[in-house]
Ligand binder design. Structure first.
Ligand code: ACO
Length: 380
């Protein structure tokens, strides 16, 4: 079947946004006008979350207050802890976050007092704790205290995961990764959040839609699948041989290609740099060289480039993060972008309801059940 122009809304402008601009040639991704290169170099994730949700960079005093505010919102309600304890230990962590978000929405529903800004901050503050409370309860039989004192979301997550103070290099790498993942215009999960928000639904429902949409391997789930690919190989040469085979069989190589970018993903080189620093810090001799070889083959053979997910996979692995937590980290970060988009959608709302081109049968008379005859062997 041939793909029609506009399939998957490719190339269609589906609305306006003042939150980010995505350069079509792989250049110039900006959050509210600021280059992601400058933000990744100089800012913290909390500064970027403030920028995205509140529309402007915080002053140093505002940033201090914001960080304290996020820290004060980390406690998990007892009822939520009980649900996390009852959630099966073998669940996918994305399902844990989707359910956790929904439960929080029943315990602390959106009201004029508990407004969209407060819920956005609360979710950013609680998602790492939700995930790791569930993880330690089921993996180690421990009910962890989620109120640890790391200021950054990155350090907080690593501390709760490893139950010790994280290393500064890993913390900063995670911080940069959260900045890079925080926002990306009308990507699938953000669009899903906006569609839900456009119906007048509550904030939590829009975030649940976004989490469900992010989970798929063509979107956020690609970072986990990229890791599964990279760790299959014991050397760059083995990767080369097998990758050629996979390409011959028309396999999709996860972590490569992009719907909007055509020559490179501007975020990829930034996370690649951090992946290399982390690889050197653990004296890795396999995963990073394998990743670079895969990158070279994909470019030579298909003119496809790594997207943000590809080198994020090895970077996270070097930080000791289990693979099935890679997409949840995307959630921690992208909640800032989703929140900004839900707020923007609500400010100038119009129900999102496109048309479909009908391809089914022409109008025909209804046949009562007793008069229907089977028309094929499969029907019998
Ligand atoms: N591996 C192998 N071939 C690929 C890949 C890939 N990763 N990506 C695209 N191609 C090929 C397609 O098979 C297709 O070839 P054909 O014309 O011979 O059929 C051609 O390139 C065009 O690809 P489409 O799927 O039509 O491009 P689309 O814009 O629909 O897809 C997408 C973009 C979904 C990201 C795609 O590149 C893909 O599936 N990549 C792997 C999943 C992935 O990494 N997703 C993460 C996205 S970024 C993010 O969420 C941070």
């Amino acid at each position: 079947m041939t793909t029609k122009p506009g399939a998957g809304l490719a190339g269609i402008t589906a609305g306006e946004t003042a939150i980010s601009s995505v350069g079509k040639e792989g250049m110039g991704l900006n959050y509210r006008g600021y280059s992601i290169y400058e933000l990744a170099e100089h800012a913290s994730f909390e500064e970027v979350a403030y920028l995205l949700i509140r529309g402007k960079l915080p002053t140093s005093q505002q940033l201090k207050v914001y960080i304290r505010h996020l820290m004060s919102l980390r406690n998990l309600p007892d009822a939520l802890k009980t649900v996390l304890e009852l959630t099966p230990g073998q669940s996918h962590p994305m399902d844990v976050l989707r359910s956790g978000c929904s439960v929080l929405g029943t315990l602390e529903p959106e009201t004029p007092e508990n407004d969209e800004y407060h819920i956005a901050d609360r979710l950013i503050a609680t998602f790492p704790g939700m995930l790791l409370y569930w993880y330690h309860y089921h993996q180690n039989g421990k009910k962890i205290d989620t109120n640890v004192s790391n200021e950054s979301t990155a350090g907080y997550f690593l501390h709760l995961l490893h139950l010790k103070e994280p290393e500064p290099l890993q913390t900063r790498a995670m911080d940069v990764s959260l900045i890079l993942y925080a926002e990306h215009e009308f990507n699938a999960s953000t669009f899903a959040a906006r569609v839900t928000a456009s119906t007048g639904a509550d904030f939590y429902s829009a975030i649940c839609s976004a989490i469900g949409t992010l989970r798929g391997p063509l979107h956020g789930g690609a970072n986990e699948q990229a890791m599964e690919l990279i760790e299959k190989f014991t050397s760059p040469d083995e990767a080369q041989t097998q990758l050629h085979e996979m390409l011959k069989n028309k396999s999709l190589i996860m972590g490569f290609g992009h719907r909007v970018y055509k020559t490179s993903d501007p975020r990829s080189n930034v996370i690649k740099h951090w992946s290399k620093l982390l690889a050197d810090s653990v004296n890795d001799q396999i995963l990073y060289p394998v990743s670079e070889r895969i990158e070279k083959i994909m470019w030579d053979e298909k003119r496809l480039f790594p997207n943000l997910d590809f080198y994020s996979a090895s970077a996270y692995h070097f930080c000791g993060i289990p693979t099935n937590m890679f997409t949840p980290i995307f959630v921690f970060a992208r909640t800032a972008g989703w929140a900004a988009h839900i707020i923007e959608q609500r400010q100038n709302n119009k129900l999102i309801r496109p048309l479909a081109e009908y391809t089914g049968p022409s109008p025909r008379p209804y046949v009562p059940v007793e008069q229907r005859v089977s028309s094929s062997i499969q029907d019998s």
